[in-house]
Design a binder for this molecule. Structure first.
Ligand code: SF4
Ligand code: SF4
Length: 358
């Protein structure tokens, strides 16, 4: 696969690279198989994070022994120095490499978070020392707020930036991508397929590839997803593709779930992330795919206490305290249409959960 220069890091990474968040959702053997398949099909850049549970460990296993043939990035959220150091050491051990190619500060969305990272003797200085020792090669930053990243990049401290960018979320095109290019900062794209909401991943990724020097890292955990995504290398999006992307964009608006699962778990065991995107899922796969187990999940959703725990962790600031109950009700009504419950049963569930009818 064609390689792309990742800004001033001088790392040469595959034009489509590998987002390793989803491998945490499959068993170890499958995760290793998928990562090896990606490598064998030309991907050489793999991005994970300390917060992706088993992802680092499985990536470490899959890439063991490949040395400089692969480039590995991970990231950690900074809350306090003790935890950060511990997370950093855990990542180093999990990845089973002599060094980490790129260590990124994870989800830096606000000024106070950036200030804390850059304070004297803080985590940035700590990583600089690790860089001197050769344990990491480059330092980057990630955020879900591209506009805020302008400030971060102007500090001159970061060699790469990672933000969401796709046909719907085009804000980085205005200022961030031009600024990063002018400063020779590598641009890594998270959410290139916006959590799988487009009619076709191939179309969505081929659109991103029209922007030179921008490296998409679609999340993958299945061989078919890799094959599908790789098709984006074959051709630029044609007029019909662009028309479809536009139609997808119009349908979705901007307030939609990207499947990142940062909002999970819910202290009350409600499947909040599934519930808020279930309308989108069943619309795609067919309402007849709804089952008893889904009805159970939506019924449980009615017991949401609106505590806001999930909402505070959603990087897209989706109003989950509203959405979880509203979508649960909507989906239960769809369940009635599918013959999975009756109107009387829905009314009973609403009464028990003390949820009002609309
Ligand atoms: S707002 Fe509802 S779904 Fe979210 S964490 Fe609280 S109880 Fe769970
Ligand atoms: S609701 Fe927010 S945090 Fe949860 S999966 Fe969707 S985008 Fe991610």
């Amino acid at each position: 696969m064609e390689l792309v220069r990742l800004g001033k890091t001088e790392l040469m990474v595959s034009k489509i690279s590998f987002g390793a968040l989803p491998i945490q959702s499959v068993d170890r053997d499958s995760a290793v198989r998928v990562v090896r398949y990606a490598y064998e099909h030309g991907m050489n850049f793999f991005d994970t994070a300390r917060s992706y549970s088993t992802s680092e460990e499985d990536l470490g296993r899959a890439l063991k022994g490949l040395g400089e043939k692969v480039i590995v990035a991970t990231k950690a959220v900074y809350k306090d120095m003790d935890k950060f150091e511990k997370d950093y050491e855990t990542s180093s051990n999990n990845l089973q490499r002599d060094y980490i190619d790129l260590f990124q500060f994870h989800i830096v969305n606000y000024r106070e978070e950036l200030d804390a990272i850059l304070e004297k003797g803080g985590p940035y200085d700590y990583l600089l020392e690790e860089k001197k020792k050769g344990r990491i090669r480059h330092i980057g930053i990630t955020s879900h707020r591209p506009s805020f990243m302008l400030e971060a990049l102007k500090t001159g401290k970061f060699e790469t930036v990672q933000v969401p960018f796709n046909y719907i979320e085009t804000e980085p095109l205005d200022q961030l991508i031009p600024l990063a290019r002018s400063l020779d900062i590598g641009i890594i794209v998270m959410k290139p397929v916006a959590g799988g909401v487009f009619t076709s991943n191939r179309m969505a990724i081929s659109w991103i590839l029209q922007h030179p020097g921008v490296v998409p890292i679609p999340g993958m955990c299945r061989i078919e997803e890799i094959d599908d995504n790789l098709q984006a290398l074959n051709a630029a999006p044609g007029p019909a593709d662009l028309q479809q992307l536009e139609a997808d964009k119009e349908e979705l608006g901007t307030a939609f779930c990207r499947r990142c699962d940062y909002c999970m778990p819910c202290p009350n065991n409600i499947e909040a992330s599934f519930i808020v995107r279930s309308g989108m899922i069943f619309k795609r796969v067919g309402w007849d795919k709804m089952k008893e187990s889904h009805i159970k999940a939506f019924s449980k959703g009615l017991s949401c206490t609106r505590c806001g725990d999930c909402q505070s962790r959603c990087p897209y600031e989706l109003p989950l305290t509203e959405l979880v109950i509203d979508e649960s009700k909507n989906m239960l009504r769809k369940g009635i249409e599918q013959g999975l419950l009756t109107e009387a049963e829905l009314q009973q569930k609403l009464k028990e959960a003390e949820v009002e009818e609309d």
